[in-house]
Design a protein around this ligand. Sequence first.
Ligand code: AMP
Ligand code: MG
Length: 343
Amino acid sequence: MICKKTLSALLCAASVIILCSCTDRNTENETDLFAMDTYMTLKAYGENSKSALEKASAKIRELEELLSVTDENSEIFGLNSADGKRTEISDDTSFLIKRSLEINKSTNAAFDITLYPVSREWGFTTGDYKVPAQTRLDELLKSVGSENIILDTNDNSVSLLNGANIDLGGIAKGYAGKCAAEILKNEGIKSAILNMGGNVQTIGAKPDGSSWIVGIQDPTDSHELVGTVEVIDKAVVTSGGYERYFEDEAGNTYWHILDPKTGRPAKTDILSVTVIGIDGTTCDALSTSLFVMGIDSACGYLRSNREYDAVMVSDDKTLYITQGITESFSVSDKFSGYKIVTV
Ligand code: AMP
Ligand code: MG
């Protein structure tokens, strides 16, 4: 028979164990870093979240060093300088080129990593902005096209033909978020949120089991939100002309997302597009692609690819929301007057 004293000691010990496990599960750690041209905040919960975050940040830095288009020591820089010669590449770069080629196909070439010589001419990768002459753009467009990328995934090698150069800026951050999430999961982390500029990657649910609530930035005012979306274990990736642009003397605005057909900033009726899904790499490439495609084609794409959800803000005060997130999306007061179209 257990005496009263022993019972209360046992109960006491049990509550200490419960308290300890709660504290461990809720231990919050945060790492801030500047990488891939963006301030990132990585937050994770759990006993070993500090060391797990260190490993995740190290992977993001490693990817930055590999994929930067301007760093002379990067793999991409080496590839772009190889004058068409077959070049061996890492698993990460090989995977990203392969995925970019698949998305190029599925988006009818709205997504094209060979646009680099064109975006360099506009100054988007150097900050030395200018509006190139159309004749110059036409010249540069001759080397744009996925047919110029010869990728061999058996031996991880690639040749860039016809003077082509590549830039993975439209997909790399999503991939970095996905890799960081995998590292955290392998380290036993069940709950984390990675804020990487316009890219948010969530791992599991919040420590209390509820959904993460991710804000979608107002494309016309960085201090306001279009609304919020509730997610668990998903990426939420936004693209918009407001992210990087310059103005000429006449006040015309030129943004960094280019239309591969014209070599000019995509003329679109979309102010911003947010893609939500389980694969951050694809969400990133798709947010860029749907922006280029414009509302009608983007809606068509989303209707035939239901595994990805989206929130799109159009230039005629309409919000386009896919069926899959009508319950989890909440519109902000500022946007409550907008027409809402379910896609
Ligand atoms: P994001 O912010 O993810 O929409 O990506 C924009 C970046 O992707 C640009 O800064 C360029 O590096 C690159 N980019 C621009 N236009 C395209 C395009 N049509 N297809 C693929 N990448 C692009
Ligand atoms: Mg993108």
